[in-house]
Design a protein around this ligand. Structure first.
Ligand SMILES: [Zn+2]
Length: 63
C-alpha cells in the first residue's frame, strides 16, 4: 500500500513533518498533501514562519 507522500501542487516528495503541519494548520486530515514550500505559500508565510506557528500550536495544545 502506497502512502500519500507526493505534494498535491508540485509533486515533490513530502516529509512526514509537512503532513503533521498540514493537519495542524489546515485542520483537516488532508486528502491533499502539501510539501513545506507549497504549504507555506498556501498559507502566505515562509517555511520558517510555518515552523514557528506549528511549534506555537503544538506547545499551546493544552490551553
Ligand atoms: Zn509542493
Amino acid at each position: 500500500m502506497k502512502e500519500h507522500t507526493k505534494c498535491y501542487l508540485c509533486d515533490a516528495e513530502t516529509e512526514k513533518v509537512s503532513l503533521l503541519i498540514s493537519e495542524k494548520l489546515l485542520h483537516k486530515t488532508a486528502s491533499k498533501v502539501y510539501c513545506l514550500d507549497c504549504l507555506a505559500d498556501y498559507l502566505g508565510m515562509t517555511v520558517e514562519e510555518l515552523f514557528e506557528k506549528w511549534s506555537e500550536l503544538t506547545m499551546q495544545k493544552h490551553n
